[in-house]
Design a protein around this ligand. Structure first.
Ligand code: ADP
Length: 346
């Protein structure tokens, strides 16, 4: 498109500046006309009263009449043959108008040229914007992941070193327990990273999915934690089917239900509901502090490590990304000490 605009503008500028299509009449060309025509030309070219001088002369036995006009234009006519010699094409109003028009076209072409250049820059910028945003996102993701892995690995290294040097069995046992929880965190981070990687490259297979079947599958995966904490999981399913990729539905429910179980005390209640195009996961757990709520969907954001989570801070970011793929919206309402409700509107 840009090249077509540039070519078009260049052509107009060239045409305007070179009068490419105007006939070129040399100033001193002989124009053959008959005598009556010569008279008509003289009358038309010069308004009445501007004729200043008429001279007759004989050259090589031929009679010439030279008419001089107020603007010093001379028309020399051979009275026998009617040949007229017009030394200079008079600048009439049409000529001046044509010149003005040519100049105007030149300016318009220049304007079109500049505007099209700006348009090209704008279009190129708009096209590249999502790519550069994506690259920036990738960069942040990689640096976040590196950071997230480096710190626990450095801590592990130091702990292993002191365990190797120590002779005390109790100290060694302490360190082993510490290592156990650190590796759990590392596993969670690498699982989160893999889930993101998978989500970015996997093909969607959208179909009617049963929410209650998905809940059953996730409950089975979390069975150990649910039983250990004696948590009751209720479901409230009104509209049965949801048009979604089955894996995506499982990922959403797994992350929300896993968090609900993690952050709910023993004998708490978790409710999963699907009605009026809204999927909700609510719990009677510890809740999220108000100041953290705006950030919980950011990648690698964890509220407080002291709250006993070995998570990666990637779960909710992943859920949000999936929900947005379906043009859905995710919201959270939470109160510390009372519980949390995540709602997804599809
Ligand atoms: P993680 O894998 O660390 O749990 P998430 O992205 O899933 O990361 O969650 C981010 C943070 O939001 C968690 O660290 C946790 O503190 C908080 N959070 C998420 N869900 C709940 C919940 N149901 N109750 C209380 N806090 C929650």
């Amino acid at each position: 498109m840009a090249s077509v605009i540039v070519l078009f503008s260049s052509l107009i500028i060239f045409q305007a500046n070179n009068s490419f299509f105007d006939p070129v009449v040399p100033a001193s060309d002989e124009i053959k006309v008959t005598l009556p025509e010569a008279r008509i030309i003289a009358e038309r070219l010069v308004p009445q009263g501007t004729l200043t001088q008429v001279e007759y002369e004989i050259e090589q036995n031929k009679l010439y009449v030279t008419v001089t006009f107020a603007d010093d234009t001379e028309v020399k006519v051979n009275m026998l043959t009617g040949e007229a010699h017009i030394p200079q094409a008079p600048t009439d109003l049409l000529g001046r108008l044509t010149d003005d028009f040519d100049e105007m076209v030149g300016w318009i072409a220049l304007l079109v040229f500049v505007l099209s250049g700006l348009l090209c820059v704008y279009v190129a910028h708009q096209t590249l914007l999502p790519i550069s945003r994506n690259m920036q996102k990738q960069k942040e993701f990689v640096s976040g992941a590196a950071h997230e892995l480096r710190n626990p690995l450095a801590a592990l290294h130091a702990r292993i070193e002191s365990a190797l040097r120590s002779q005390e069995p109790d100290f060694k046992k302490n360190i082993m327990e510490d290592l156990f929880s650190q590796t759990k965190h590392l596993i969670a981070v690498s699982e989160g990273l893999l889930a993101f990687e998978k989500g970015e490259h996997k093909k969607m297979h959208i179909q009617d999915c049963s929410v209650s079947e998905s809940i059953t599958r996730i409950k089975a995966l979390l069975k150990y934690m649910i039983t250990e904490k004696q948590i009751e999981v209720k479901s409230d399913i009104e509209a049965e089917m949801l048009l979604i990729d089955k894996e995506d539905l499982d990922t959403i429910l797994y992350n929300l239900m896993h968090n609900a179980v993690k952050f709910t005390q023993n004998e708490g209640i978790i409710t999963v509901a699907w009605k009026k195009k809204t999927l909700t996961v609510s719990d009677t757990g510890i809740g999220i502090p108000e100041k953290d709520i705006p950030y919980i969907f950011d990648r690698f954001y964890k509220v407080d490590s002291a709250r006993g989570s070995e998570g990666s801070g990637l779960g909710l970011a992943l859920v949000k990304e999936i929900v947005e793929k379906y043009n859905g919206k995710i919201q959270v309402v939470s109160e510390e000490g009372r519980g949390t409700v995540f709602s997804i509107l599809f």
